[in-house]
Design a binder for this molecule. Structure first.
Ligand code: ZN
Length: 129
C-alpha cells in the first residue's frame, strides 16, 4: 500500500522566506521597450521594490536577458495581482528567498507566461539528506 501525504510532518514554514524576487525576462531586440515600461510602472507603484540592473547578457541561472525586482514579503499580496495584470506578455519568474538558492529557483518557483529552463547547475550539486 502506498502511503499518501508522508511528508505532512515536514511541511516547510513560510516564515523562512526573507523576501521575494521577480525576474522579468525580455528580448533586447523585440521586448526591451515593454520591459522598460513595466520597470517604470513598478518603480512608480511600488517604491519599496528594489530594481536590479539590466542584464542584456544572460547571468547566473537565467537563460535570457532580465532584470530583478526584489521586494519584501509584506508586498506580495499587492504586487502579484498587479504583476499578473501588467506584465504585458513578458515572462516572469517569482521565487522566494529562503537561503536555499537551488530549491528557491526550482521547486519553490512560480512562473508567469512561460517556464524557462534555468541553469540550476550554477548553484552546485544539491546535497540530499
Ligand atoms: Zn532571484
Amino acid at each position: 500500500m502506498i502511503k499518501k501525504h508522508a511528508d505532512v510532518g515536514a511541511a516547510k514554514n513560510p516564515g523562512a522566506i526573507k523576501e521575494y524576487h521577480a525576474h522579468v525576462y525580455y528580448d533586447p531586440a523585440t521586448s526591451r521597450g515593454r520591459a522598460e515600461r513595466l520597470r517604470e510602472a513598478v518603480a512608480a507603484e511600488f517604491p519599496q521594490a528594489k530594481l536590479g540592473r539590466w542584464h542584456d547578457e544572460p547571468v547566473g541561472p537565467h537563460p535570457q536577458s532580465m532584470y530583478q525586482i526584489a521586494f519584501p514579503t509584506q508586498m506580495l499580496g499587492a504586487f502579484v495581482p498587479w504583476l499578473m495584470l501588467n506584465r504585458d506578455g513578458l515572462t516572469v519568474l517569482l521565487h522566494p528567498e529562503t537561503g536555499d538558492d537551488y530549491t528557491d529557483h526550482s521547486a519553490h518557483a512560480a512562473w508567469f507566461g512561460a517556464v524557462l529552463p534555468l541553469r540550476l547547475e550554477v548553484f552546485g550539486k544539491r546535497k540530499v539528506k
